[in-house]
Ligand binder design. Structure first.
Ligand code: BGC
Length: 460
């Protein structure tokens, strides 16, 4: 019996989980800092949106290469390199006075976010014991939202007292250093060691992280079996299978829906949106948005396996549609010359808060969960890479164009557009999305391969 096993696992998951926190910090950084950067670096509206969205190009490149990098150098070294990138490029961006270097550093931070978004959940799933696996993957989601909240809070404090976007960015180096130092001492992934033929090392790691020797032995056999199955058919070759194309299409649609529901217009630009609506404390509104995002993610983690995915998606989409219509209507009033009083601008902030709560409970975690559940084992890495890259591409489009749409066509057009996407989302859920609550991944795989309709590969 190994008494240290639990401690080693928890320590490893905390240090790797900092990758999720850093992902959230960089995702939320723009909100509260952009107006300072725009002013000091003399950026136009288009250029400042490009600065915000160039990170996503880095994410896309990062995600596309992360499978290869984490296979070549291992999960642990990828985590170490990711932490180095986060730290080095945050400091480079914070110190530079050259716009090109500033853009390049944000692109490189995107690479780190891309690597983190692939390797952290992968490392969790390979190191955590089966019964704790779901909890650790959910913790990763939570770390992202905590990162977003923490940067909203620190940007608002630094913005109020120090007026320095450089400090807002430079401070991100601190958790990066902790992650870098911690990741040097975490165990290697046993699954990666087997993949590289280092079976003795894999056995040694498994013995140190499992409470009983027999568990370590069983898991070792299972890893070998799975790796054999995966090597039979993988990646691009899966595209020849029509059942795989069906689930890939569903994963892509779900990610497009998640992003075109407008979440990142609010995560990135709520400060600007609140200012435009005449809210008296825009920074405070943004901090509340971040906090609500964390709280409702915790609730979602608790209930997603009880209530099921589809009922939560329907309710989330319903609330999001109503709040988006309300926000759009308030902007429409302002565009027709009505000055929004404190009640109306307060209503707009409240609608954004309810919208975020609904997203955090539904589309936020559930799209990632379903994408992790629907792919057959041989194509899981490939499928998740494609759906994650789709998420970043769609996110880049939203971040790149939201402020311009508000500027040229008014906030009402933007929010009505997002509302239309949510309405379309009902059909995607109704017609194609299976209920995967409580169904084993093997069951989903067997049904899918037997030619069952997408809607019926989960619970019937
Ligand atoms: C989305 C991100 C979003 C975050 C907000 C995630 O599920 O993929 O794009 O910024 O939720 O919490």
């Amino acid at each position: 019996m190994n008494k240290n096993a639990k401690k080693i696992i928890i320590r490893a998951c905390i240090f790797a989980g900092l990758g999720g926190l850093l992902f959230g910090l960089d995702q939320g950084f723009i909100n509260g800092s952009l107006s300072f950067i725009k002013e000091e670096m003399n950026l136009s509206l288009m250029q400042s949106q490009s600065f915000a969205s160039i990170m996503h190009l880095g994410c896309i490149v990062g995600v596309l290469f992360s499978g290869w990098v984490s296979r070549a150098i291992g999960r642990k070294k990828t985590l170490v390199v990711t932490a180095l990138f986060f730290g080095f490029f945050s400091l480079l961006g914070a110190f530079t006075h050259d716009v090109v270097v500033l853009y390049a550093s944000r692109f490189a931070l995107g690479l780190a976010v891309g690597y983190a978004s692939f390797v952290v959940p992968l490392y969790f799933s390979e190191i955590a014991p089966a019964r704790m696996r779901g909890g650790f993957i959910a913790m990763y989601q939570l770390m992202i939202t905590i990162g977003i909240f923490a940067i909203f809070l620190s940007n608002s404090v630094i913005g109020t007292y120090f007026h320095s976007w450089r400090l807002m960015l430079g401070i991100i180096a601190l958790p990066s250093i902790v992650m870098f130092l911690g990741a040097l001492f975490i165990p290697q992934s046993p699954r990666w060691l087997v993949l590289k033929g280092k079976e003795e090392d894999a056995r040694a790691v498994l013995s140190s992280i499992r409470e009983h020797e027999s568990h370590a032995d069983d898991e070792f056999d299972e890893i070998k079996k799975n790796i054999n199955a995966e090597s039979k058919q993988s990646g691009w070759r899966m595209l020849k299978e029509s059942y795989f194309l069906k689930v890939l299409g569903l994963g892509v649609l779900l990610m497009l829906l998640q992003q075109f529901s407008g979440i990142n217009a609010v995560i990135y630009y709520s400060g600007e949106i609140f200012k435009k609506a005449g809210a008296s404390h825009p920074a405070m509104g943004t901090v509340v948005i971040g906090l609500i995002n964390v709280i409702f993610t915790v609730i979602a983690i608790r209930y997603v396996d009880k209530w099921g995915r589809k009922p939560i998606l329907y309710s989330g989409l319903g609330v999001m549609t109503v709040t988006l219509l309300l926000i759009g209507a308030l902007f429409k009033m302002q565009e027709t010359g009505v000055v929004l009083g404190s009640f109306s601008s307060g209503l707009l902030v409240a609608a954004c808060i309810v919208y975020i709560a609904a997203f955090a409970m539904s589309l936020g975690p559930i799209m990632w969960i379903i994408c992790a559940e629907i792919f057959p084992l041989e194509g899981r890495d490939f499928g998740i890479t494609v759906t994650t890259a789709t998420c970043w591409i769609a996110c880049a489009i939203v971040v790149q164009f939201s402020l311009s749409i508000i500027h040229h066509f008014g906030g009402s057009s933007l929010f009505f557009l997002f509302a239309v996407c949510c309405v379309l989302g009902f059909s995607i859920v109704r017609l194609f999305t299976p209920e995967t609550k409580g169904v084993s991944l093997e069951h989903i795989e067997v049904k899918l391969k037997s030619g069952e309709k997408l809607l019926k590969i989960g619970r019937t």
